[in-house]
Design a protein around this ligand. Sequence first.
Ligand SMILES: *Cc1c(COP(=O)(O)O)cnc(C)c1O
Length: 432
Amino acid sequence: MTSAHERWAARDAAVVWHGFTQMSSYVDNQPIIVESAEGRELIDVDGRRYLDAISSLWVTTLGHHVPELDQAAREQLDRVAHSTMLGNGNRITIELAEALAPRVPVAEPHFLFASDGAAAVEQALKIAFQFWTNQGISGRTRYLALGGAYHGDTIGAISVGAGGFGTDMFDPLRFSVLRAPGYDDAAWAEAAVAMIAAHAHELAAVVIEPLVQGAVGMWVTNPESVERVAAACREHDVLLIADEVATGFGRTGTLFASEQCGIRPDIMCIGKGLTGGYLAMAATVASRRVYEAFLGPDLSEMTLYHGHSFSGNALAAAVGLRHLQLFDELDVLVNVRERGAQLGARLAEMATDRAAVGSIRRRGLMTGVELAPPADDLRWGRRVCAAAVRRGVLLRPLGDVVVIMPILTTTADEIDRIVDVLAESIDEICVG
Ligand SMILES: *Cc1c(COP(=O)(O)O)cnc(C)c1O
């Protein structure tokens, strides 16, 4: 007799193509097939429960099936699910932008909504480019980005991204960017500052992930370094784009990582946690100075000719608005800081007698535990996470870095459980 899981996995593989997934081994790798969820647990088609320790790939903030967010979506459904932002408005989207405006570290912001983080980055790149041409300034056509950078999967986003992830074959499609070192190099900011000074005349913008470079394997830096790079951008009049798609909405212990760095980017990209992980919504946030460079006669070339079909989606906006209110009502950031400290302490203790653990990198609840396999092809990351999933804790690695990205409302007991299960999984897999 086959389990529900086996039947659904076969149906899945027959018609669905999963991103970042080799489909020929998809079923063998024991994917969990989710049917429902409760709090911080996902429930599969056989009724088995998994603690979601990756926030469903970094999007879930308050939990799954949150009564208040469910209610916000239902109430909006009784009004309207979607109407276009192109040349027209929607009441709930205005309310969301008004609620976000005082919370984002961008001066007198305007919000250009999109559906995914990569699209928010594309918008930011185009806005930075046109910002200069609209003012009759030529030659500001390049970007400076960092080693290890990840900004999404569209062609513009992979151009400012540093490559890897099997994307090198697309190199002929990438436009060229200036590349400073990433956060794995302690001197990255010094090098970036020097490059900004040398290339300011040709730079449209500098693109960074403040504080944490997530997808490369949770490389972290200190706020002072980020602030130095922001200062160089100001000094040389180069726009600063902060990609907070991953770091935004509380992950690092403040609502946005830019706050800890004391910076106010000209353009900021937000996504992932914007709707608490419920619906596909992202936004490019522009400062007043950037926004005003696009004002001109109707139908003129000053206009930003860019806009996505589902930009400003009303259902997503309703959930995003309620999410922002709940963030305060539940004192989420206090929990992030307390649970983050607990997670850091427990992981450090776990690592002391385990040679298989290399470095541990963390800001708030964004965490990477780098395993140190003695040979390259042991696939420790993949196998340790599979062992954790068998124990009911959902983890997913980046190479040999085990990412721990707990939902922001995680309890002390759940943090203990995640670390205990990770330790058992390492002990099971990483022998010899
Ligand atoms: C995930 C991510 C993106 C891309 O967002 P999508 O919604 O997956 O397109 C961009 N930048 C950073 C820093 C990210 O972590």
